[in-house]
Design a protein around this ligand. Sequence first.
Ligand SMILES: Cc1cc2nc3c(=O)[nH]c(=O)nc-3n(C[C@H](O)[C@H](O)[C@H](O)COP(=O)(O)OP(=O)(O)OC[C@H]3O[C@@H](n4cnc5c(N)ncnc54)[C@H](O)[C@@H]3O)c2cc1C
Length: 250
Amino acid sequence: MAEEYPYNGRLSRWDEVAEGLAIVGVQALEDPFEFAAGQYATLGLLGPQGKLVQRPMSISSPPDDLSEYEFFIRLVHIGAFTPLLWKRKVGDPINIKGAKGKFLIQDDGRKCLFVASGTGLAPFISMIETMRRHGDTRQVILLHGVSYAYDLAWREQLSEIEAGDEFPLRYVATVSRPNESPGWAGETGRVEKIVAAQMDNFGLNADDTTVYLCGNPDMITAVDEIATERGFPPEQIRKELYWPKGREHR
Ligand SMILES: Cc1cc2nc3c(=O)[nH]c(=O)nc-3n(C[C@H](O)[C@H](O)[C@H](O)COP(=O)(O)OP(=O)(O)OC[C@H]3O[C@@H](n4cnc5c(N)ncnc54)[C@H](O)[C@@H]3O)c2cc1C
């Protein structure tokens, strides 16, 4: 049976980062919901059977701006939701519900090691902007792993923050397919492969650091093991898995 008209928002922005990868804005048409940096919203579109297809998406914008919720989304060709989204255009209606999730900056005064694979960068963008706006000057080390250099969304902005003296960010990007990323001179390999060396490089340990992991489940399992071996207790290894282990499609 078809759902009643379910739309309470509109697509307000579509910035194509690369083919099948976009920064997407959604405006709430009714009262916007509040959220905390790191939380996700549920986006929904009517599918072919007239049913609302809904998926959780981390919010990349900061919580003190509710004029537009921003997301960083990859098209999964065999998926149910993202192929519907890729057929929409700016101005089209969409369903948005929020907010949920416990992937939050811990109020523990420790340095933050943020490790993101692919679109797992989204909640960290919200967190970094929030910390910046609120004058939270804990050191943040952000490691972002992607397949191709052109998938490195926010690279320029993050490099600018790192180069400035306003916020203590260290930003390390790594590319797993350097041969297909002309001109790439940075780290290579999957992000989980550079974590141990970067922990040593920045002198991060369980006494002074909390680790935050977001994105694909294999990365999260691998870094969880590295951090656990180094004595990080479970409460200092925060995790947001984007899909269940053992299922990956492009
Ligand atoms: C808390 C939470 C936050 C999320 N935030 C984001 C986000 O910010 N951006 C985002 O793009 N996705 C995010 N996701 C994943 C998102 O909910 C969808 O699963 C994804 O967008 C694919 O939706 P789909 O319906 O097209 O495919 P689905 O039918 O959901 O998935 C099809 C298959 O692809 C796998 N899959 C899902 N996502 C990916 C991916 N990115 N790369 C490779 N394989 C994948 C799934 O395991 C599944 O087997 C989040 C998931 C969770 C649980």
